[in-house]
Design a protein around this ligand. Structure first.
Ligand code: NAD
Length: 511
C-alpha cells in the first residue's frame, strides 16, 4: 500500500488523495489535489492582499510573527501530534527538528528583519560629494514556496516567515506525503491573526506544484529532489521568474587519523540516522583514514547496535516516511551487498515492527561503483570507506554530482578548516554533524546539482526582496558636466579627470 494513494473520483471532479501513517498504515486523511484554476484564484487573492501587507512597518509584521511564536509555544504538543502521525518520526525528533527550529526562525526574523532590510545609505567611492545613494529592499510580490516531506513543518515555515517578513504574500505548497504538517503553517498564522490572503496553503502533488511554477508569481522557493528541481528551474526559466533550489545531497564525512574517534563515531551515527537518515544534509558516506579505521568502525557498530527503533516512547530511530523511500534504501543496500560490501549492522527491514521501519545500517568494503556511494540514499544507512590519507578522502568526497554539505573530523581545527575549504560543497562543519541549516545566520545552499541560490540569514531574507538603489542629486545644479552639449572643452576636462583619478597616486587613493 502506498502512503499516498489516489482515490477514484467522478469524472470532472478534482483528483483526491488518501494519506496513511507509515507506522500503523491507517488512513490519516484525504485531500483534494488543487488545480491550476485553484492556484490562479489563490494568486488573485494574494495579489489583492499583498500591498496592504507590504505597507506595514517591519515592527507591525513582526507582531504577527511573534504572536505565531507564542501560539506555537502554547500548542506545540498538538503540532507534534500532527507531524508524528503522518511521518512516523519519533516525538523528540519532531520537537528538535520541527518545533524548536521553527521557534528560533520565528523569533530570529521577527527580531532582526528591520535591521537587515531597513533602507540604508550607501557611501559611493566616487560620487559621494555630488550624490546620495540609498539601497531600498522592496518585497518581490507573491512568492510560491514548494516543500518536501522530510521536514514538513520547519521546511515550510522557515521560508514562509522570511518571505512574509520581507513584505511578500505567500502561496505555500507542502508535499502530498505530509500535507497536514504543511497546513499547520497556515493554522499557526491564522491563529496569530494574519490578514486574510497573505498566506494561503495549496494542497496537492506535482500537479499543484507545476501549476505554481507556471503561474505569474514573483519567485519560487523550492526544496526537494534534483529531478523535480530541474523541472522547476525549466518552468521558471521559461517565464524568467527567479527561483532558489534547495536540492538533494550525498554528503561526505572525512575522519582524519588524529580525530577524536569517540566523538566522530557518535557524530557519524547522529549525522547519518537523524530523522531516519531522511535529511538533505545527512552523512551519506564516510571516508576514514586507514590507521584509525578499525577502531572507528568498531565504535560505530557498537553504538549502532544500542540504538532503539520505534515510533513511541524513547525510541531513537523512527520510521521511513513512505514506501518508495524504503524500496530505494533496500535497492542501494542490496546493490552494495551484491558488489562485495559487508553489512556490519542492520541491512534489513526491522522484523519486529509492523510499519515502514528499516534498521540502522553500517556497511564497509564499499566502492564508488556502488549506488550507495554515488546516489542519494536518504535512509538510515552509513557506508564507510577506508582511505590512505586526507588527499584521497578529498578526491573521493568531491567525486560526485552533488555538493550540498560535508563534515571534517580532526583534533587540528586549523587543518580542519583548510580541508573544509577544499570540499566542493555549500557548507561544512568541523567536528560537528552538518547543522548549518539550523544556524539561522548562515547562508545555506548547494553547489553542483544540489541547488541554486542560498536561503536563511541576511542573504536568504534579501533573496525575498529586490534591492533597489535610489540615487539622489545633492545640489541641483542646472546642468551636469556629462550632459549635452558635448564640446571639445568637455572632452579635455574628462581626460584630465581620468588621468588624475587612475593615473596618479592621489587619484588611486581617492578612487
Ligand atoms: P520531490 O522533489 O519529490 O518533491 C518536492 C515537492 O515538489 C513536493 O511538494 C512535490 O509535490 C512537488 N512537486 C512534484 N513535482 C513537481 C513539479 N513538476 N513542479 C513543481 N513541484 C513539484 O522531493 P521530496 O521527495 O518531497 O523530498 C526529498 C528530497 O528533498 C531529497 O532529495 C532531499 O535531499 C531534498 N531536500 C533538500 C533540502 C535542502 O535544503 N537542500 C531540504 C530537504 C529536502
Amino acid at each position: 500500500m502506498a502512503i499516498v494513494e489516489q482515490i477514484d473520483a467522478p469524472a470532472g471532479a478534482r483528483r483526491r488523495l488518501r494519506i496513511s501513517s507509515p507506522v500503523t498504515r491507517e488512513a490519516v486523511g484525504e485531500i483534494d489535489v488543487q488545480t491550476a484554476q485553484d492556484v490562479g484564484a489563490a494568486l488573485e487573492i494574494a495579489r489583492k492582499a499583498q500591498p496592504a501587507w507590504a505597507a506595514l512597518s517591519f515592527g507591525e509584521r513582526a507582531r504577527y510573527v511573534t504572536r505565531a511564536l507564542h501560539v506555537l509555544l502554547d500548542r506545540h504538543e498538538e503540532f507534534i501530534d500532527v507531524v508524528v502521525r503522518e511521518t512516523g518520526k519519533t516525538r523528540l525528533e519532531a520537537l528538535y527538528m520541527e518545533i524548536f527550529a521553527s521557534c528560533d526562525a520565528l523569533q530570529y526574523y521577527a527580531k532582526r528583519t528591520a535591521k537587515i532590510l531597513r533602507d540604508r545609505p550607501q557611501r559611493m567611492h566616487l560620487l559621494s560629494l555630488m550624490k546620495q545613494l540609498r539601497i531600498v529592499y522592496r518585497p518581490l510580490g507573491v512568492v510560491g514556496i514548494i516543500t518536501p516531506w522530510n521536514g514538513p513543518f520547519i521546511l515550510s515555515l522557515n521560508p514562509t516567515v522570511q518571505a512574509l517578513m520581507a513584505g511578500n504574500a505567500v502561496l505555500l505548497k507542502p508535499s502530498e506525503v505530509t500535507p497536514y504538517s504543511g497546513r499547520l503553517v497556515a493554522d499557526l498564522f491564522e491563529a496569530a491573526g494574519l490578514p486574510d490572503g497573505v498566506l494561503q496553503v495549496l494542497l496537492g502533488d506535482g500537479e499543484t506544484g507545476q501549476a505554481l511554477t507556471e503561474s505569474d508569481l514573483n519567485k519560487i522557493s523550492f526544496t526537494g529532489s534534483v529531478e523535480t528541481g530541474r523541472k522547476v528551474a525549466e518552468a521558471c526559466a521559461r517565464q524568467l521568474m527567479p527561483c532558489t533550489l534547495e536540492l538533494g545531497g550525498k554528503d561526505p564525512m572525512i575522519v582524519c587519523r588524529d580525530a577524536d574517534l569517540e566523538r566522530a563515531a557518535s557524530g557519524a551515527l547522529f549525522g547519518a540516522f537523524m530523522n531516519t537518515g531522511q535529511v538533505c544534509c545527512s552523512i551519506e558516506r564516510v571516508y576514514v583514514a586507514e590507521e584509525v579505521a578499525d577502531e572507528f568502525i568498531a565504535k560505530v557498530v557498537e553504538k549502532t547496535q544500542q540504538l532503539r527503533q520505534g515510533a513511541n516512547g524513547e525510541a531513537d530511530i523512527g520510521a521511513i516516511f513512505r514506501p518508495e523511500q524504503l524500496e530505494l534504501i533496500e535497492r542501494h543496500v542490496e546493490d552494495a551487498r551484491a558488489k562485495g560490501a559487508r553489512i556490519l549492522a542492520g541491512g534489513r527491514r526491522n522484523p519486529d515492527l509492523e510499519g515502514l521501519f528499516y534498521e540502522p545500517t553500517v556497511l564497509t568494503d564499499v566502492t564508488h561503483e556502488m549506488a550507495i556511494m554515488r546516489d542519494e540514499t536518504f535512509g538510515p544507512v552509513l557506508p564507510i570507506m577506508r582511505v590512505r590519507d586526507e588527499e584521497e578522502a578529498l578526491r573521493l568526497a568531491n567525486d560526485t554530482r552533488y555538493g550540498l554539505s560535508g563534515t571534517v573530523w580532526t583534533r587540528d581545527k586549523h587543518r580542519g578548516v583548510e580541508l573544509a575549504k577544499r570540499l566542493d560543497v555549500g557548507s561544512v562543519c568541523v567536528n560537528e554533524t552538518e547543522m548549518i541549516y539550523g544556524v539561522t545566520e548562515a547562508p545555506f545552499g548547494g553547489l553542483k546539482q544540489s541547488g541554486i541560490g542560498q536561503v536563511n540569514g541576511e542573504a536568504g531574507l534579501r533573496g525575498y526582496c529586490y534591492a533597489q538603489p535610489i540615487l539622489v542629486d545633492r545640489f541641483g545644479a542646472k546642468r551636469e558636466q556629462a550632459w549635452y552639449p558635448f564640446t571639445a572643452k568637455k572632452e579635455r576636462t574628462m581626460k584630465r579627470i581620468m588621468r588624475l583619478l587612475w593615473g596618479t597616486p592621489l587619484g588611486r587613493w581617492m578612487s
